[in-house]
Every structure is written in structure tokens, then in C-alpha cells.
Ligand binder design. Structure first.
Ligand code: G6P
Ligand code: ZN
Length: 542
């Protein structure tokens, strides 16, 4: 029943910030999926007879890859697989299932917030037994294997009916099809004060949650409307579609502009939120105020004790390096550890496992905690709802009070997408080349205090990650960071992160882009963005 199929390596299967992401036609090349999955299995040890979790965000090609993964797991000796019904599992739900059922690991099928469809993106990511993305040691081994692979193993079985909950046999391996939502909803109920949130809805609190036709739809329907009693229609665009309705399932101010406009308008509900393709990102907009992900992290950390799951306080906070320093001030006040990691959720895994951090967040709209080992969009929304219900204030009041206590980190990210790779690399190389000479010099009125290429020394396992982004720090606490994205699928994306700290007695009510104008100009002077890329302005500003 087991076939060993000869194959040839592909040379482009290097996992990026978050697994292997490519256009669907790339994945549809002969043996492309099989090569990668076999390379994953070949890089792991000791899974014989153990359990593998398989699920994805429902995008185009998800169902086909689920079937291939089942047949290959059977051929490679897994004892059982758990699959979300319909091949669906949000990324945080998959992380929870791996942890809850002590699975060996999981295959998460998603390209996150990238568009889906026959000509759009797909992705495969391997998560380890703690429920989190595989660390670099494993992804490096997978990549090495993809370059040498000569054959893969697959069981000759009929397709499994993944739309029916139950247990099935796949060539001697057990396949368990489970409800993708139930375990996750139960976990959320254990962390948050559902009674308080329910009462808030009962007394007229209104919210809009946009699932963007992506995976969080069924989760939001069940949790917000059924368990918490929010009015029907609170969860919008809740039916997951293979092409996300032709939209970009990226909850930012460009792709969720309709929600932003509504929240700034006269008929805005009290609270607006959205999540991305695979359910790990979040967008938070209060009535009349957009909350930046960096501020959201800081505010959630400062108020987490209001939720039962965090009533005992936090062990520490972690953020990615380009994320603003707003959370650092909260950690300082709470007297707990603060950790600065490279971009990529996988870097939080060790800190969470070691009990050094409880809450983590990234500027890229990711927030989460030690309840799973992925960022978690709905978790962030529910923590906000919990805080709003207990404090009885509006999101705007809570944000403004936060600034008045800690000061405000004005923050923005400017992305230059689909830049020719060679030109983007040249820009970074040129910057890197002059780092040593920058400290002490000025750009306009801004004096450079320090400049480096961020390196992370993992305090848990001692591993070192170099070249994680160029930081130019100015006197007074402002900074500009330059990095190339690790998640794009065509060309290079230059990210410029701009941050300025305004103390609590300073001017807290400025418009962000104008508050950052001198730093934005300094970024251009320092990096020569126009000269290198030919671009006059960013593609996306968040
Ligand atoms: C994914 C990862 C995040 C990361 C984000 C942006 O969502 O899970 O950890 O922050 O991509 O990464 P990039 O390399 O594109 O800046
Ligand atoms: Zn995502």
C-alpha cells in the first residue's frame, strides 16, 4: 500500500519567516508539495506511531494538500492524524490542538494574510510539539533536505471524507476529523470573563468583527454571537472562501479600510476588530481611534490582570525588535522582564516555554500569550472585550489614559513592496556598510546616538540570530529601523519602521505621519530609498 516515488529536488523550498510560501502554481508543480512534506518528515526524529495535526485556513489548494499530507503521514509511520473538519484549523487553534492532545507536531497550511486563489498564495508550515513554529534549527534542516531529496513515501489510499466528524482508517493509520472550533472556544472560555463580556453585550455594547471571508468566521460566530450573545451580524464576512472573496485577508488600514471608515464615522459601534487569513493577526479599532499593534500590546499587558487567565500577573513581556517600545514602559512599571526578539513568532517560543514571558506581540498585528505558541487574533479581541467590560470605559478613553500614564510612542511602518531583489539588497548593504560611521553624526536636527544590525542571543538556548534588521537610534529615544520582509512571495519588500517617543506631559494628540515627518525624511536621507528603489513613496503605510 505504500509507494516510494522517485523525485528531484527543487531549489527554492527555503522556509521563510513563517514556513514555505509560494504562488499556487509553484506548489502545483509535480511533486512540489510531496518533496516539501517528505523533507519535513525526514528532518524530524521519533514520530513513529505518534500523532500529527493537519489543518489550514481553507484557502485554494488547502483540501488537496490535506489529502496528500494524510497519505504521506500514513506512509511515513505516524500512528494517527487529527484534521479539522473541512481541512480547517485557524493557526492558533492548530497550536492549541497540538498542545492539548500532546501531538508530535502539526502541518499548518496557510499563507496567512496573503491573497488566495488559483494564482495567489499558498503555504506549508511545520509546528513542533509545543504548538509553535519550528525553530530555525529545524527549518534549516528542512531546507537542506529539500535540496537533496530523491524520493518520498505516500500511501495508496482513497481520499478521506474530511467533511464528516469521526474516525477513519487510512492505510492502518487513524484519521480523526474534529470540530475545528470547539477546543479553541473552550480555551477562550477558560481565559476570559465571559459573564462580564456577555453582560456588556446585553446592556447594549456593540461591535463589528470582520472575518474577511477567512478562517476566523466560524470561530467568531460561535464565540461572539453564540457564547457571548452579541447580536447576529456582529461577525461579518464569516464564511471562509478559498479566494477570500477576491480580497486581501490582511487586517490593516488598507485592506480593512471599510471598517476603519465605519469606526471613524457617526454610526460607529463601540468596538471594531478584524483578523487575517489564518486567524493569528488582529486589527483593533475603537470608536474614533485606531489602536496601533504596538500600543495594543502595551495596553493589553497593562490591563491583562483584569482577565481571569492572567489575574496572577505576567511573568514578562516580549516583543519583536521593530515593534515600538511602548510595552517596555509597562514592563518597567510592572517590574517584570522585557525581551526583544527578531521578527517572527517562532522566536517567542523559548521564552514562553521557559516561563519568562506571558504576553508577546509584534508590530505586524500579532499579539498572543502563553496559552498557545502562535499569535492569536481572536484572543486579542477577547482580551480587549474583557478589559472594556471590566473597566466600563471606551477604547478611546483607555488608550488616551494609557498615553497619559506612560507617554506615547508615535509609530508607523512604511512598506515598499515588490522591489527588485538586487536593488533592495544593495540598499541594505550600503546601509550596513556605513553603520560604524553614523553614531555622533546628525541627519537634519536629529543626532544619531547608535546604529547597528540587530543580533539576538536567545537567553534560553543560547542560539544566535544575526542580521535581523538595521537600527538607527537617535538621541531622545526616536529610531528608524530598516528590514527586508521574510514573508513576501515576489521580489523584496523593504520595511521602514519609524518611532518617536513623546513623554506623558508632551504633545500626545498629533497626527501620526506629521509627528514622524522629520524621522521619515531622515530615513530617506540615510538609506537613499528613492535612489535605490526608484520609488517616491511607500506602497503601504500602516
Ligand atoms: C508573519 C509572522 C510574524 C511576522 C510577520 C511579518 O505574520 O508570523 O511573526 O512579524 O509575518 O514578517 P515580515 O518578515 O514580512 O516582516
Ligand atoms: Zn496570519
Amino acid at each position: 500500500m505504500i509507494r516510494t516515488v522517485e523525485t528531484k529536488p527543487y531549489d527554492d523550498q527555503k522556509p521563510g519567516t513563517s514556513g514555505l510560501r509560494k504562488k499556487v502554481p509553484v506548489f502545483q508543480q509535480p511533486n512540489y508539495v510531496e518533496n516539501f512534506i517528505q523533507s519535513v518528515f525526514d528532518s524530524l526524529e521519533g514520530f513513529q506511531g505518534k500523532e500529527l495535526v493537519i489543518g489550514g485556513d481553507g484557502r485554494y489548494f488547502n483540501r488537496e494538500v490535506v489529502q496528500i499530507a494524510i497519505a504521506m503521514a500514513a506512509a511515513n509511520g505516524f500512528g494517527s492524524v487529527i484534521v479539522g473538519r473541512g481541512g480547517i484549523l485557524s493557526t492558533p487553534a492548530a497550536s492549541n490542538i497540538i498542545r492539548k492532545y500532546n501531538a508530535f507536531g502539526g502541518l499548518v497550511l496557510s499563507a496567512s494574510h496573503n491573497p488566495g486563489g488559483p494564482h495567489e498564495d499558498f503555504g506549508i508550515k511545520y509546528n513542533i510539539g509545543n504548538g509553535g513554529p519550528a525553530p530555525e534549527k529545524i527549518t534549516d534542516a528542512i531546507f537542506a533536505r529539500t535540496k537533496a531529496i530523491a524520493s518520498y513515501k505516500i500511501a495508496d489510499i482513497d481520499a478521506i471524507d474530511i467533511d464528516r466528524i469521526g474516525e477513519f482508517d487510512a492505510g492502518g493509520m487513524k484519521v480523526k476529523i474534529i470540530d475545528p472550533v470547539a477546543d479553541y472556544a473552550e480555551l477562550m472560555e477558560s481565559l476570559f470573563d465571559f459573564d462580564a463580556i456577555r453582560a456588556n453585550f446585553k446592556y447594549g455594547f456593540r461591535m463589528a468583527f470582520d472575518a474577511m471571508h477567512a478562517v476566523t468566521g466560524p470561530y467568531a460566530k460561535e464565540i461572539l454571537e453564540l457564547r457571548l450573545g452579541a447580536p447576529k451580524g456582529t461577525a461579518r464576512n464569516f464564511k471562509p472562501l478559498p479566494d477570500f472573496g477576491g480580497h486581501h485577508p490582511d487586517p490593516n488600514l488598507v485592506h480593512a479600510k471599510h471598517l476603519y471608515d465605519e469606526m471613524m464615522g457617526p454610526d460607529a459601534p463601540d468596538f471594531g476588530a478584524a483578523s487575517d487569513g489564518d486567524g493569528d493577526r488582529n486589527l483593533i479599532i475603537g470608536k474614533g481611534i485606531f489602536v496601533t499593534p504596538s500600543d495594543s500590546l502595551a495596553i493589553l499587558a497593562a490591563n491583562a490582570h483584569l482577565a481571569p487567565g492572567y489575574a496572577k500577573g505576567l511573568k514578562g513581556i516580549a516583543r519583536s525588535m521593530p515593534t515600538s517600545g511602548a510595552a517596555d514602559r509597562v514592563a518597567e512599571k510592572l517590574g517584570i522582564g522585557m525581551y526583544e526578539t527578531p521578527t517572527g513568532w517562532k522566536f517567542f517560543g523559548n521564552l514562553l516555554d521557559a516561563g519568562m514571558a506571558t504576553i508577546c506581540g509584534e508590530e505586524s498585528a500579532g499579539t498572543g500569550s502563553d496559552h498557545v505558541r502562535e499569535k492569536d487574533g481572536l484572543w486579542a479581541v477577547l482580551l480587549w472585550l474583557n478589559i472594556l467590560a471590566i473597566r466600563g470605559e471606551s477604547a478611546k478613553q483607555i488608550v488616551e489614559e494609557h498615553w497619559a500614564t506612560y507617554g506615547r510612542n508615535y509609530y508607523s511602518r512604511h512598506d515598499y513592496e515588490e522591489v527588485e531583489t538586487a536593488r533592495a539588497n544593495a540598499l541594505m548593504d550600503a546601509l550596513r556598510g556605513k553603520l560604524g560611521s553614523l553614531p555622533g553624526t546628525s541627519v537634519g536636527d536629529l543626532k544619531i546616538a547608535a546604529a547597528d544590525d540587530f543580533q539576538y542571543d536567545d537567553p534560553v538556548d543560547g542560539s544566535v540570530s544575526k542580521n535581523q534588521g538595521i537600527r538607527v537610534m537617535f538621541e531622545g529615544g526616536s529610531r528608524v529601523v530598516f528590514r527586508l520582509s521574510g514573508t513576501g512571495t515576489s521580489g523584496a519588500t523593504l520595511r521602514v519602521y519609524i518611532e518617536r517617543y513623546e513623554p506623558k506631559d508632551g504633545n500626545l494628540g498629533l497626527e501620526t505621519q506629521s509627528a514622524l515627518a522629520d524621522l521619515i525624511a531622515a530615513a530617506e536621507t540615510l538609506a537613499g530609498i528613492h535612489a535605490h528603489t526608484g520609488r517616491n513613496k511607500p506602497t503601504v503605510i500602516t
